[in-house]
Design a protein around this ligand. Structure first.
Ligand code: AKG
Ligand code: FE2
Ligand code: ZN
Length: 649
């Protein structure tokens, strides 16, 4: 009897299996026919889960629970309104176990849905609008009901400044209110020891509990920033400070939809439509590496989509043929975060304020070795130009007349190298010469390219051009950034190497003497407001803020070395120089990279300079072989020479 019933069972099981297989094949056909998804028979890491979609009532957490019974899920894509989902497992072995979930039944209300799983080659991002989202970004539509939305909006009282509970501020392009902890826009961080007494508003609790239930977060946020944007307002692109908040950021959009722009540091950008009542979950790469921001404008260009399928994402609007304008309304966002208690150890050190290399000894000293010189220049010249490139370029538009005069004197067809070309302002002065520029800053070289000039990234000490090839070279305001005399001379040698015999080089360096022949230089004359490098607050200070004795440097003004290593003092812009080696402040306008959440006070960078004394540039040049000084002169606070290559060795 026993064996008989066993047999019956076996037959029954195989019948079920056959039926399951038939249904699975049918599901594959439907996916191909209606969705253009081809399934494959050989195992891969990715599976399509027919019937496991939001479109047939399966929730993300329900499906995730089932899929994770057999292995670690890497990506789970649930396209809105579709009757299927796509899963990629960490390993193929897990995916094989996932495949064996075929036929698994899920309860959906009082109905049962059966999942059919088949392998697919890749989770092809072209197919699903939403896979184009920056990695780690999830958008959950209709996360709160219209009633809940009204309740939340009502609970935010903008009329009272209940300072002991919240902190409220009107910023340039929006107003904000903080709960739990104040977010400070001056240092882009929170005072972790000063929680606001009221904690988070009670009305948020059900929403947050749902976030936990739906696995959007494991930890309860303890900080809330409410941003309110009128039509035409926005928030500058930024990365929420790593050291301030944990990985996960939740942002609820209420009142009106908007478009949020995400940008990868390498330039890729994704515009994400945030519908009203949706929840944006930022984690991992999307939170740590990509900036997010809302461009202040009154209309957004969005895909004119089928109302059933809101096509939340537009990575490249130019690919869409069917676009429409969407008028912005007043949007209130609730951004929930968890204050971080230990330094961030994310996998994105380039964007991480907790993982920046230790600050160089402050104040920096004048270098005594080649290694120290390289370090000083890397930190106080190269890095600074990279950071300030855009702003710097916006202040460098008018070519100096006497440099133009030199350029105009070149024969048509001459080959010109501009070593340290900055934003390329001299590359187009004489259209009859073949001009090529190079600069240490890739950001500045990028600006040159955008302006249509030939330029490449190169250090002035080692220019990858053949010897004896250039009819002319210029080096304008470059050599003063090298921090030893040997290195300054080496740049002149490099310029001379590039010149053909008979070729000429024009060199400009900043002069100690900003007043010459009783004439003040433009630099001295410019008012503080005009000067971008102006620092109204700085007196001669070291970087730790201590006032320094301006003469306490390694070289006094007569160039004599003293014994102790010399501190570099911070110069006061628009004043006479009090030492030859110094740090000149640059106040960055228009926001730095990442990090900033609001119009914060402009960050100050310091550039190293060696300002030349009268006669010093000529002295440097006569040490270089094979060259003769044709002219030397003072021009607006600069020492200048024109050299001619003699070819003598
Ligand atoms: O309005 C939003 O959704 C984002 C707000 C935001 O990014 C922030 O406050 O850091
Ligand atoms: Fe943010
Ligand atoms: Zn980090």
């Amino acid at each position: 009897m026993e064996s008989c019933s066993e047999n019956v069972k076996a037959v029954r099981r195989s019948k079920e299996e056959k039926k399951l297989l038939r249904k699975q094949i049918k599901a594959s056909h439907t996916l191909l026919k209606h969705e253009g998804i081809s399934t494959v028979s050989q195992p891969t890491k990715s599976l399509v889960v027919a019937n496991g979609g939001l479109g047939n009532g399966v929730s993300r957490e329900q499906l995730q629970d089932v899929l994770e019974e057999v292995g670690e899920v890497e990506i789970l894509v649930m396209p809105p309104h579709k009757p299927y989902a796509l899963v990629t497992y960490r390993s193929e072995v897990s995916a094989q176990r996932g495949h064996a979930l075929n036929g698994r039944q899920l309860q959906r209300g009082d109905q049962i849905v059966t999942l059919y799983l088949s392998y697919v080659n890749t989770v092809d991002s072209e197919l699903w609008g939403c896979v184009d989202l920056p990695p780690g970004l999830v958008l959950v539509e209709e996360f709160v009901s219209p009633e809940e939305e009204a309740l939340l909006l009502d609970a935010i009282d903008w009329t009272s400044h209940d300072e002991d509970v919240t902190v409220q501020k009107v910023l340039k392009h929006r107003r904000v209110k903080h709960f739990g902890y104040e977010f400070r826009y001056d240092n882009n961080n929170v005072d972790k020891d000063k929680p606001l007494p009221g904690g988070l508003p009670q009305v948020c609790v059900p929403v947050l509990e749902r976030c936990v239930r739906d696995r959007h977060t494991e930890v309860m946020p303890d900080q809330l920033t409410v941003n309110q944007y009128q039509s035409g307002q926005g928030i500058p692109p930024h990365v929420d400070t790593h050291s301030a908040f944990e990985d996960l950021i939740l942002s609820l959009s209420l009142g009106a939809k908007t478009v949020m722009d995400f940008r990868h540091p390498e330039g890729r950008s994704v515009a994400v439509v945030l519908p009203r009542r949706s929840l944006l979950v930022m984690k991992g790469e999307s939170r740590y590496l990509w900036t997010h921001g809302i461009t202040p404008r009154k209309f957004d260009v969005v895909p004119a989509c089928d109302p059933k399928s809101p096509a939340a994402v537009t990575s490249d609007l130019s690919n869409h043929s069917n676009l429409t304008l969407s008028r912005r309304g007043t949007r209130t966002s609730l951004t929930f975060r968890k204050v971080r208690r230990t330094p961030c150890d994310c996998g994105y050190p380039s964007a991480c304020d907790s993982q920046q290399p230790p600050a160089p000894p402050s104040p920096p000293f004048l270098p005594r070795s080649q290694t120290d010189a390289c370090r000083l220049e890397a930190e106080f010249v190269h890095r600074v130009y990279e950071e300030i490139a855009c702003h710097f370029s916006s202040t460098r538009h008018s070519p100096w007349p006497r440099v133009c005069h030199f350029l105009s004197s070149l024969e048509p067809g001459s080959i010109l190298a501009d070593v340290g070309c900055g934003n390329g302002k001299y590359l187009g002065v004489n259209p009859d010469v073949i001009a090529v520029g190079c600069d240490r800053s890739s950001a500045l070289v990028q600006i040159c390219s955008e302006r249509g000039f030939q330029a490449f990234v190169s250090d002035a000490l080692n220019v990858p051009l053949r010897s004896d090839t250039c009819d002319a070279c210029i080096s304008i305001a470059v050599i003063h950034h090298l921090s030893t005399q040997k290195r300054r001379q080496a740049v002149v040698e490099e310029l001379v190497r590039l010149l053909r015999p008979g070729g000429r080089a024009l060199i400009y360096v900043w002069a100690v003497e900003q007043e010459y022949n009783k004439q003040k230089s433009k630099y001295l004359k410019e008012t503080r407001q005009q000067g971008n490098a102006t620092d109204a607050h700085n007196t001669a200070q070291d970087l730790s803020g201590n006032a320094t004795d301006a003469h306490n440097t390694a070289q006094d003004l007569s160039g004599n070395a003293t014994d102790s290593p010399a501190k570099l003092s911070v110069h006061t812009n628009r004043t006479a120089f009090t030492s030859q080696d110094l740090l000149v402040p640059w106040h960055l306008k228009g926001g730095g990279r990442g990090g900033s959440q609001a119009p914060a006070p402009s960050p100050v960078f310091h550039r190293y300079y060696h300002v030349f004394q009268k006669g010093e540039l000529e002295e440097l040049c006569v040490r270089v072989r094979g060259v003769a000084i044709q002219r030397s002169y003072h021009d607006q606070g600069n020492w200048c020479v024109i050299l001619k290559k003699t070819g003598d060795r």
